[in-house]
Design a protein around this ligand. Structure first.
Ligand SMILES: *[C@@H]1O[C@H](CO)[C@@H](O)[C@H](O)[C@H]1NC(C)=O
Ligand SMILES: *[C@@H]1O[C@H](CO)[C@@H](O)[C@H](O)[C@H]1NC(C)=O
Ligand SMILES: *[C@@H]1O[C@H](CO)[C@@H](O)[C@H](O)[C@H]1NC(C)=O
Ligand SMILES: *[C@@H]1O[C@H](CO)[C@@H](O)[C@H](O)[C@H]1NC(C)=O
Ligand SMILES: *[C@@H]1O[C@H](CO)[C@@H](O)[C@H](O)[C@H]1NC(C)=O
Ligand SMILES: *[C@@H]1O[C@H](CO)[C@@H](O)[C@H](O)[C@H]1NC(C)=O
Ligand SMILES: *[C@@H]1O[C@H](CO)[C@@H](O)[C@H](O)[C@H]1NC(C)=O
Length: 594
């Protein structure tokens, strides 16, 4: 431990640790939240690896493959945009005019005929560059948010295929503008240009078969984002705890169901929010959704670690869960439709509890319209959104080593009725959210272990086919440590265990599913006399998905260094069922559509 800022004389933990661990890599003058290795650091590591001068690498995020329902025709593929993102930071998004592909128009069935829509982002980059965040919007509605892969000098390529069927109405709606923002910086050191192609693949169901009520995409998708022109992404930027970013919108008079889909990503001082100390607003964050000033829902985000985070080598070639394709979060607004259906403008806003600079947040309002009536009506029956509870307890005997524990909990519930041609139907939306976190600092500040779990239970009841329970659990464990500190030889160690677990159960006919997705990675960089002499890392990942509609997927993949050691995958449910039973996870109930 050397010259990081002097320990503060208070009972707070000194968390210069990320720097103490990175001493040989980063000067203490580096950005205060810099849990990153610089391009130069990685170049030094690569220089001692035998495999450096190999051909272009392909990095990938483990996800299940997308298949159109049996009997579908297609794909009908359309290149939407092809662009090289060089110096794009603080510039306007790249735009292209969008017209529904002729196969979508010709078919006659429009959005209802789409059985699967896949948005494919395929990109490459060569040279030196940081990971960058990017977003794709159609008519102002966000379709995809991702982090780029950090390139190698020899080049890297990656692709993401995202199911965008839920945006079918938007894809069919008519001419609009496609916008892509990827804020990249180019200078003498960071010369990596991101080349990207964006392609839409459409599959169509056989004529006269329409989707079941439970799975039909919304009839209208209303963007809740910033409008062009601007020199940034269309997301709102939330920079502090009091900031509420909002927009005003109106809802068509015959809506009977409303779901707000929220996209979030954390950056700069809050990129690694879960490692933040009490004087950095602690490790807890949530995005709250405000309707005319009331908190109507909350997003407790999955901790996405971008490809440059903690130690970039860890995420090569298997990238972090959610990093190439960030998850979005649904808030059921149907109970509040009574208020929204008055034909007037309403304010939808976003805040981030404990925020530091910066959070990028926007949303899409998915609306289902009553084809048999020109006006629906509704009313709120009950609404209860008590304040967030939570606390941080910290202790330290010497101002350096110690522990702090943080907890948080929030409940939101709302019931409202909507009268449409389907009847007068009450809907209840309930969220029960908990967060438990510990951060232990030891070895004179040279080791840090973070262990936290976010649990989010969300329930929609009342409206038959749309009723569902969703339980999400996001465990995260991070260990940062060094050994041999003060001697000529030193090891910098990182361990990350990250999980995305989800159980979805629903009313009859509503697809139910379970997902267990887990990474347990470790990396070690060995230094001798301040020189990198070796590095090793490994990433085992297990992805198990089981769906009531018969779709199952198991992937068991493991990499060591840049090499994939084994990669086993199967699409039969037998394997996943067997494993699930062994792990004691309940079987998914209900039978979906054939
Ligand atoms: C994008 O498409 C063009 C034309 O097909 C192709 O030459 C280029 O290699 C593609 N780029 C990527 C990153 O896939
Ligand atoms: C939509 O765009 C296409 C291609 O630019 C153009 O031919 C067509 O006239 C436009 N349609 C409308 C309704 O503006
Ligand atoms: C919080 O951010 C908003 C929007 O950028 C800004 O107007 C406000 O002054 C900030 N408040 C504080 C306390 O920094
Ligand atoms: C700090 O708190 C932890 C957990 O409550 C406890 O185990 C530990 O002994 C405490 N340390 C000090 C120095 O008080
Ligand atoms: C949330 O609800 C659960 C179960 O009803 C209850 O145990 C918990 O104390 C509540 N939490 C808050 C913060 O109100
Ligand atoms: C993290 O905490 C959970 C819950 O307390 C515990 O079961 C788990 O073993 C811990 N993980 C590690 C790696 O310490
Ligand atoms: C993954 O594969 C490894 C090596 O074959 C095996 O030990 C492990 O049990 C597998 N895990 C699962 C969940 O199938």
């Amino acid at each position: 431990m050397t010259t990081c800022s002097a320990p503060r004389r208070r009972r707070l933990l000194l968390l210069c640790l990320c720097f103490t661990l990175l001493l040989r890599f980063h000067s203490c003058a580096a950005s205060p939240r810099d849990l990153r290795f610089s391009v130069g650091d990685i170049a030094a590591v690569e220089a001692v690896l035998p495999s450096l001068r190999q051909a272009r690498s392909t990095f990938f995020e483990v996800d299940r493959p997308l298949h159109p329902p049996r009997g579908s025709s297609g794909p009908c593929s359309t290149l939407l945009l092809s662009h090289s993102f060089a110096f794009t930071f603080t510039k306007p998004p790249v735009t292209a005019s969008y017209s529904p592909p002729s196969c979508l128009a010709e078919d006659g069935g429009g959005a209802r005929a789409v059985s699967l829509a896949v948005l494919e982002w395929r990109a490459d980059c060569r040279g030196a560059q940081y990971d960058r965040i990017f977003g794709v919007w159609l008519g102002g509605a966000e379709l995809l948010r991702g982090s780029t892969a950090e390139p190698r000098p020899s080049g890297v390529t990656w692709s993401v295929s995202k199911d965008v069927t839920k945006y079918a109405s938007l894809l069919a709606a008519g001419n609009s503008t496609l916008a892509v923002y990827l804020g990249n910086l180019i200078d003498d050191t960071y010369n990596g240009v991101y080349n990207a192609n964006l392609t839409l693949h459409l599959y169509f169901r056989r004529a006269a078969r329409s989707p079941t009520a439970a799975s039909a995409p919304a009839d209208r998708v209303v963007p809740v984002s910033r409008s062009l022109p601007l020199n940034d992404g269309l997301w709102f930027v939330v920079d502090n705890t009091t900031d509420v970013e909002s927009t005003r919108l109106t809802v068509p008079p015959n809506a009977y169901r409303a779901v707000l889909e929220v996209y979030v990503s954390s950056h700069n001082f809050d990129e690694f929010w879960y490692m933040n100390t009490p004087d950095q607003n602690g490790p807890f964050r949530e995005v709250t959704v405000h309707l005319d000033g009331d908190v109507v829902g909350a997003v407790w985000p999955f901790p996405v670690i971008y490809t440059g985070g903690i130690n970039p080598l860890i995420w090569r070639p298997i990238t972090s869960i959610g990093s190439f394709n960030l998850p979005s979060y649904d808030i059921e607004l149907t109970p509040f439709l009574g208020k929204l259906l008055d034909g007037k403008e309403h304010e939808l806003g976003f805040a981030v509890t404990n925020a530091q600079k910066s959070w990028y947040v926007d949303a899409n309002l998915h609306l289902w319209l009553d084809p048999k009536s020109s006006a629906t009506s509704g009313g709120l029956i009950a609404y209860d959104a008590p304040k967030l509870t939570g606390r941080i307890v910290s202790n330290s005997s010497n101002g350096i080593d110690g522990q702090y524990d943080a907890t948080a909990s929030r409940n939101i519930t709302a019931t409202g009725w909507v009268r449409s041609s389907r009847g007068n139907i009450p809907t209840t939306f309930t969220q029960r959210l908990t967060f438990v976190h510990t951060n232990v600092v030891s070895n004179q500040g040279s080791s840090q272990a973070i262990n936290q779990t976010t649990e989010a239970h969300t329930e929609v009841t009342g409206d038959g086919p749309h009723s569902q329970q969703l339980h999400q659990s996001f465990p995260l464990y991070i260990f940062l440590g060094g050994d041999g500190s003060g001697t000529s030889s030193q090891k910098l160690m990182r361990r990350v265990a990250l999980g995305f677990d989800e159980t979805r159960a629903g009313a009859a006919g509503r697809p139910a599913s379970t997902l267990h997705n887990e990474q347990t990675a470790a990396a070690e960089v060995v230094l001798r006399d301040d020189q990198v002499v070796g590095a090793s890392w490994r990433m085992p990942q297990v992805y198990e998905y089981g769906g009531s509609d018969g779709g199952c997927y198991l992937r068991n993949v493991s990499s060591v260094g840049y090499d994939v050691l084994f990669d086993h995958n199967e699409e039969s449910c037998a394997g996943t069922r067997r494993r699930r039973r062994r792990r004691g996870v309940a079987r998914v109930g209900g039978r979906g559509r054939g």
